[in-house]
Design a protein around this ligand. Structure first.
Ligand code: ADE
Ligand code: ZN
Length: 307
């Protein structure tokens, strides 16, 4: 199995149905069903928003430091088993704050798991773009006492209608704190969202970025500046950004000389962890061992130093 870094992974997206049920029982939370197969059967998504609705609803079971610890510890074990040797992990504090879970619970629980990680790992705090810039600025200010717990900021959730330009100021604040900057762009949104992430947010990596391929000038910019793109093939199929894996533009991105990487995004929902993505690229898309080696090597080139 190839060694790789995972750079696009939402920790809340690793909440497997088994853990949903276990945490619901632990926290005495009612669920519509306690049958894990029935929960999994609902993971049939028409687009990003239909996934996000389920993703946010399931988070109701995450309440204590121990819950956040157990979630991250389970991911780290599983990722290590899949050849991950460096992990940069997104989390969505606003999705917990809005349910009355304090930032301290989230940071303390996740950080405790990362401290015992089998490989180097770090947190990237994401802003939910559909909650606007003012709330993002509030959460960044509230997170600064935990500055040593995270290495960067990201931008996720519903993309279309919430362009990167709305978040200029909060990304400037993050840069002034020495934080790394990444942003989801070009997943459902067009190339203009990727341009804005680069020019306005000064994003150092683009999460997804598949629609950048519609704009040759943008492809040239990404290639010349060696901007990494964290592509998530199984996610793109499950959220219907591409019809089937055979239609995925990833091989063309490699042919263009882009610094592309493979990642699992929300593996509990999309049918596989990162090695499962590599296997599917080989078996369903027919990518060669050399291409897969390049993708794995790219992931370490695209990683932030955790030092
Ligand atoms: N939050 C979790 N997964 C996401 C994705 N694929 N796109 C945007 N926001 C997300
Ligand atoms: Zn994502």
């Amino acid at each position: 199995m190839r060694r790789k870094a995972e750079l696009h992974l939402h920790i809340e997206g690793t909440l497997e149905p088994e853990l949903v049920v276990e945490l619901a029982r632990r926290n005495r939370i009612e669920l519509p069903t306690f049958d894990v197969e029935a929960i999994r059967a609902r993971y049939d998504f028409a687009n990003l928003q239909s996934f996000l609705d389920v993703y946010y609803a399931n988070m109701a079971v995450l309440r204590s430091e121990q819950d956040f610890h157990d979630l991250a510890a389970a991911y780290l074990r599983r990722a290590h088993d899949q050849g991950v040797r460096h992990a940069e992990i997104f989390f969505d504090p606003q999705a917990h704050l809005s349910r009355g879970i304090p930032l301290d619970v989230v940071f303390t629980g996740l950080s405790a798991a990362l401290k015992d990680s089998p490989m180097p790992s770090a947190l990237i705090m994401c802003f939910l773009r559909d909650r606007g810039a003012e709330e993002a600025e509030q959460v960044l200010r509230a997170a600064l006492p935990y500055r040593e717990h995270f290495i960067g900021v990201g931008l996720d959730s519903a993309e279309v209608g919430y362009p990167p330009s709305l978040f200029r100021r909060v990304f400037e604040m993050a840069a002034a704190e020495g934080l790394h900057r990444v942003a989801h762009a070009g997943e459902e949104g067009g190339p203009d969202y990727v341009w804005e992430a680069l020019d306005i947010l000064r994003a150092e990596r683009i999460d997804h970025g598949i629609r950048a391929m519609e704009d040759p000038a943008l492809v040239a910019r990404l290639r010349e500046e060696r901007i990494p793109l964290t592509v998530c093939p199984l996610s793109n199929v499950r959220l219907r950004a591409v019809p089937t894996l055979r239609d995925h533009i990833l091989p063309a991105m490699l042919d263009e000389g882009l610094l592309v990487t493979v990642n699992s995004d929300d593996p509990a929902y999309f049918g596989g962890y990162v090695e499962d993505n590599f296997v599917a690229l080989r078996d369903e898309l027919g990518m060669s061992e050399d291409q897969l080696d390049t993708l794995a090597q790219n992931s370490f080139k695209a990683a932030f130093s955790l030092g």
